[in-house]
Ligand binder design. Structure first.
Ligand code: MG
Ligand code: MG
Length: 258
Protein backbone atom coordinates (compact mmCIF):
# COMPACT_ATOMS: atom_id res chain seq x y z
CA UNK A 1 0.00 0.00 0.00
CA UNK A 2 2.90 2.34 0.66
CA UNK A 3 2.75 5.40 2.85
CA UNK A 4 -0.75 6.86 3.03
CA UNK A 5 -2.25 10.19 4.05
CA UNK A 6 -5.61 10.09 5.78
CA UNK A 7 -8.47 12.42 4.92
CA UNK A 8 -9.88 14.93 7.40
CA UNK A 9 -12.95 12.72 7.76
CA UNK A 10 -10.82 9.66 8.50
CA UNK A 11 -8.77 11.61 11.03
CA UNK A 12 -11.99 12.58 12.76
CA UNK A 13 -12.88 8.88 13.12
CA UNK A 14 -9.34 8.05 14.26
CA UNK A 15 -9.57 10.86 16.83
CA UNK A 16 -12.68 9.29 18.35
CA UNK A 17 -11.20 5.78 18.18
CA UNK A 18 -7.95 6.97 19.72
CA UNK A 19 -9.77 8.69 22.57
CA UNK A 20 -11.75 5.53 23.26
CA UNK A 21 -8.59 3.42 23.19
CA UNK A 22 -6.82 5.82 25.56
CA UNK A 23 -9.71 5.65 28.00
CA UNK A 24 -9.81 1.85 27.82
CA UNK A 25 -6.10 1.56 28.54
CA UNK A 26 -6.54 3.87 31.55
CA UNK A 27 -9.39 1.74 32.86
CA UNK A 28 -7.42 -1.47 32.38
CA UNK A 29 -4.34 0.08 34.01
CA UNK A 30 -6.47 1.04 37.02
CA UNK A 31 -7.16 -2.69 37.60
CA UNK A 32 -3.47 -3.60 37.69
CA UNK A 33 -2.59 -4.84 41.17
CA UNK A 34 -0.93 -7.88 42.74
CA UNK A 35 -2.95 -11.06 42.13
CA UNK A 36 -4.70 -9.85 38.98
CA UNK A 37 -4.24 -12.09 35.95
CA UNK A 38 -3.39 -11.15 32.41
CA UNK A 39 -6.58 -12.85 31.28
CA UNK A 40 -8.70 -10.58 33.51
CA UNK A 41 -7.07 -7.50 31.99
CA UNK A 42 -7.47 -8.87 28.47
CA UNK A 43 -11.13 -9.69 29.00
CA UNK A 44 -11.79 -6.25 30.48
CA UNK A 45 -10.11 -4.56 27.52
CA UNK A 46 -12.11 -6.59 25.01
CA UNK A 47 -15.39 -6.00 26.86
CA UNK A 48 -14.80 -2.23 27.01
CA UNK A 49 -14.05 -2.17 23.27
CA UNK A 50 -17.07 -4.19 22.26
CA UNK A 51 -19.58 -2.44 24.51
CA UNK A 52 -19.15 0.70 22.42
CA UNK A 53 -19.40 -1.21 19.16
CA UNK A 54 -15.66 -1.29 18.41
CA UNK A 55 -13.38 -4.29 18.07
CA UNK A 56 -9.86 -5.30 19.08
CA UNK A 57 -7.41 -5.15 16.18
CA UNK A 58 -4.86 -7.56 17.65
CA UNK A 59 -7.25 -10.48 18.18
CA UNK A 60 -6.92 -12.77 15.17
CA UNK A 61 -4.21 -10.62 13.59
CA UNK A 62 -1.62 -12.61 11.64
CA UNK A 63 1.64 -10.79 11.03
CA UNK A 64 3.61 -11.86 7.98
CA UNK A 65 5.30 -15.20 8.61
CA UNK A 66 3.29 -16.01 11.76
CA UNK A 67 2.26 -19.64 12.24
CA UNK A 68 -0.98 -18.64 13.95
CA UNK A 69 -3.07 -15.56 14.59
CA UNK A 70 -2.58 -13.51 17.76
CA UNK A 71 -5.01 -14.93 20.35
CA UNK A 72 -5.81 -11.87 22.49
CA UNK A 73 -7.19 -8.33 22.45
CA UNK A 74 -4.48 -6.95 24.72
CA UNK A 75 -0.75 -7.59 24.93
CA UNK A 76 0.43 -7.98 28.52
CA UNK A 77 4.22 -8.03 28.78
CA UNK A 78 5.71 -8.48 32.25
CA UNK A 79 9.25 -7.58 33.38
CA UNK A 80 11.70 -9.10 30.84
CA UNK A 81 8.92 -9.46 28.28
CA UNK A 82 9.33 -6.58 25.83
CA UNK A 83 6.15 -6.69 23.76
CA UNK A 84 3.44 -9.02 22.41
CA UNK A 85 3.04 -10.97 25.66
CA UNK A 86 -0.02 -13.24 25.45
CA UNK A 87 -2.24 -12.71 28.51
CA UNK A 88 -4.79 -15.49 28.20
CA UNK A 89 -2.97 -18.76 27.54
CA UNK A 90 -0.52 -19.47 30.33
CA UNK A 91 -1.81 -18.14 33.63
CA UNK A 92 -0.10 -14.82 34.05
CA UNK A 93 -0.59 -13.54 37.59
CA UNK A 94 0.87 -10.12 38.37
CA UNK A 95 3.00 -9.83 41.49
CA UNK A 96 3.97 -6.92 43.69
CA UNK A 97 7.01 -5.21 42.20
CA UNK A 98 6.45 -6.37 38.61
CA UNK A 99 6.35 -3.89 35.78
CA UNK A 100 3.74 -4.57 33.13
CA UNK A 101 3.29 -3.21 29.63
CA UNK A 102 -0.27 -3.02 28.29
CA UNK A 103 -0.63 -2.64 24.53
CA UNK A 104 -3.86 -2.60 22.56
CA UNK A 105 -5.21 -1.76 19.14
CA UNK A 106 -8.77 -0.64 18.45
CA UNK A 107 -10.88 -0.66 15.29
CA UNK A 108 -13.47 2.12 15.34
CA UNK A 109 -15.63 2.52 12.23
CA UNK A 110 -13.09 0.50 10.28
CA UNK A 111 -10.04 2.57 11.27
CA UNK A 112 -7.17 1.50 13.54
CA UNK A 113 -5.38 3.14 16.45
CA UNK A 114 -2.65 1.64 18.66
CA UNK A 115 -1.36 2.57 22.11
CA UNK A 116 0.70 1.16 24.97
CA UNK A 117 1.85 2.07 28.45
CA UNK A 118 3.95 0.47 31.18
CA UNK A 119 3.07 0.63 34.87
CA UNK A 120 4.23 -0.84 38.14
CA UNK A 121 2.32 -3.50 40.05
CA UNK A 122 1.99 -2.29 43.63
CA UNK A 123 5.24 -0.80 44.87
CA UNK A 124 8.14 -1.06 42.44
CA UNK A 125 11.86 -0.41 42.88
CA UNK A 126 13.65 2.76 41.80
CA UNK A 127 15.25 1.08 38.77
CA UNK A 128 11.89 -0.03 37.45
CA UNK A 129 10.38 3.41 37.95
CA UNK A 130 13.34 5.04 36.24
CA UNK A 131 13.01 2.67 33.29
CA UNK A 132 9.30 3.47 33.00
CA UNK A 133 9.79 7.24 33.35
CA UNK A 134 12.60 7.31 30.79
CA UNK A 135 10.62 5.30 28.24
CA UNK A 136 7.60 7.55 28.69
CA UNK A 137 9.79 10.62 28.17
CA UNK A 138 11.39 8.97 25.12
CA UNK A 139 7.94 8.71 23.55
CA UNK A 140 7.27 12.39 24.28
CA UNK A 141 10.62 13.32 22.74
CA UNK A 142 9.87 11.22 19.66
CA UNK A 143 6.48 12.87 19.25
CA UNK A 144 8.21 16.23 19.67
CA UNK A 145 10.25 15.54 16.53
CA UNK A 146 7.14 15.03 14.38
CA UNK A 147 6.01 17.67 11.87
CA UNK A 148 5.37 17.80 8.16
CA UNK A 149 8.75 17.90 6.40
CA UNK A 150 10.61 15.99 9.13
CA UNK A 151 11.60 12.36 8.54
CA UNK A 152 11.23 9.07 10.36
CA UNK A 153 14.99 9.29 10.95
CA UNK A 154 14.46 12.57 12.81
CA UNK A 155 12.11 10.77 15.22
CA UNK A 156 14.56 7.92 15.79
CA UNK A 157 17.45 10.35 16.16
CA UNK A 158 15.59 12.38 18.81
CA UNK A 159 14.64 9.28 20.80
CA UNK A 160 18.13 7.78 20.61
CA UNK A 161 19.80 11.05 21.61
CA UNK A 162 17.50 11.50 24.59
CA UNK A 163 17.80 7.89 25.79
CA UNK A 164 21.59 7.91 25.47
CA UNK A 165 21.77 11.06 27.57
CA UNK A 166 19.37 9.63 30.19
CA UNK A 167 21.45 6.59 31.15
CA UNK A 168 22.66 3.20 29.95
CA UNK A 169 19.46 1.77 28.53
CA UNK A 170 19.25 -0.64 25.63
CA UNK A 171 17.04 0.70 22.83
CA UNK A 172 15.30 -2.24 21.19
CA UNK A 173 16.27 -2.18 17.50
CA UNK A 174 14.50 -5.30 16.21
CA UNK A 175 11.05 -3.72 16.68
CA UNK A 176 9.79 -0.31 15.60
CA UNK A 177 6.87 2.06 15.33
CA UNK A 178 4.82 2.10 12.15
CA UNK A 179 2.14 3.72 10.09
CA UNK A 180 -1.39 2.86 11.23
CA UNK A 181 -5.02 3.73 10.46
CA UNK A 182 -6.16 1.44 7.66
CA UNK A 183 -4.59 -1.66 9.26
CA UNK A 184 -2.59 -2.81 12.31
CA UNK A 185 0.77 -2.11 10.65
CA UNK A 186 1.43 0.13 7.68
CA UNK A 187 4.45 1.78 6.15
CA UNK A 188 6.62 3.52 7.09
CA UNK A 189 8.61 1.77 9.78
CA UNK A 190 9.67 4.13 12.57
CA UNK A 191 12.79 2.86 14.35
CA UNK A 192 13.67 4.25 17.77
CA UNK A 193 17.15 5.17 16.57
CA UNK A 194 18.38 6.84 13.43
CA UNK A 195 19.97 9.70 11.63
CA UNK A 196 18.56 13.16 11.04
CA UNK A 197 17.07 13.59 7.59
CA UNK A 198 17.05 9.87 6.76
CA UNK A 199 14.10 7.57 6.24
CA UNK A 200 10.64 8.54 5.05
CA UNK A 201 9.54 12.17 4.84
CA UNK A 202 6.49 12.94 6.98
CA UNK A 203 3.47 14.62 5.42
CA UNK A 204 0.51 16.28 7.10
CA UNK A 205 -2.27 13.74 7.50
CA UNK A 206 0.02 10.73 7.91
CA UNK A 207 -0.99 8.67 10.94
CA UNK A 208 1.83 6.91 12.76
CA UNK A 209 2.39 4.91 15.93
CA UNK A 210 5.57 5.83 17.77
CA UNK A 211 6.64 3.25 20.33
CA UNK A 212 10.01 3.24 22.08
CA UNK A 213 10.96 0.04 23.90
CA UNK A 214 13.80 0.39 26.40
CA UNK A 215 15.65 -2.34 28.25
CA UNK A 216 17.47 -1.97 31.55
CA UNK A 217 20.29 -3.99 30.03
CA UNK A 218 21.33 -4.67 26.48
CA UNK A 219 19.19 -4.01 23.41
CA UNK A 220 19.01 -7.60 22.16
CA UNK A 221 15.68 -9.43 22.25
CA UNK A 222 14.55 -12.98 21.47
CA UNK A 223 11.18 -14.48 20.66
CA UNK A 224 9.49 -17.15 22.81
CA UNK A 225 8.23 -20.55 21.68
CA UNK A 226 4.69 -19.11 21.61
CA UNK A 227 5.69 -17.27 18.44
CA UNK A 228 4.84 -13.81 19.77
CA UNK A 229 6.35 -12.87 23.11
CA UNK A 230 9.57 -10.88 22.77
CA UNK A 231 11.91 -10.96 25.78
CA UNK A 232 15.19 -9.29 26.53
CA UNK A 233 18.04 -11.66 25.75
CA UNK A 234 19.85 -10.79 28.97
CA UNK A 235 16.76 -11.16 31.19
CA UNK A 236 16.62 -7.52 32.27
CA UNK A 237 13.32 -5.66 32.41
CA UNK A 238 11.85 -3.73 29.52
CA UNK A 239 9.33 -0.89 29.20
CA UNK A 240 7.16 0.26 26.30
CA UNK A 241 5.05 3.35 25.60
CA UNK A 242 3.13 4.07 22.42
CA UNK A 243 0.81 6.69 20.98
CA UNK A 244 -0.90 7.00 17.64
CA UNK A 245 -0.38 10.51 16.30
CA UNK A 246 -1.36 12.43 13.20
CA UNK A 247 1.32 14.51 11.50
CA UNK A 248 0.40 18.20 11.19
CA UNK A 249 2.15 21.11 9.52
CA UNK A 250 3.45 22.33 12.87
CA UNK A 251 3.85 19.12 14.84
CA UNK A 252 1.77 16.16 15.95
CA UNK A 253 -1.67 15.65 17.38
CA UNK A 254 -1.77 12.72 19.77
CA UNK A 255 -4.89 10.65 19.03
CA UNK A 256 -4.64 8.09 21.84
CA UNK A 257 -4.22 10.51 24.71
CA UNK A 258 -6.98 10.58 27.33
MG1 MG B 1 0.87 -1.33 20.10
MG1 MG C 1 2.32 -0.50 17.43
Amino acid sequence: MGVTVKTAKEIEILREGGKRLGEILQKVAAEVKPGVSGKMLNDLAETLMREKGDSPSFLGYSPRGAKRAFPAALCVSVNDEVVHGIPNEKEKILREGDIVALDAGLIHKGLFTDSAMTIGVGKIDEGGQNLIDTTKKALAVGIGAVRAGATTGDIGFAIEKFVTSAGSFGIVRDLAGHGVGYSVHEEPLIPNFGKKGEGTALKAGMVIAIEPMLNEGKAAVKIDGDGYTYRTKDGTRSAHFEHTVVVTEKGAEILTKV
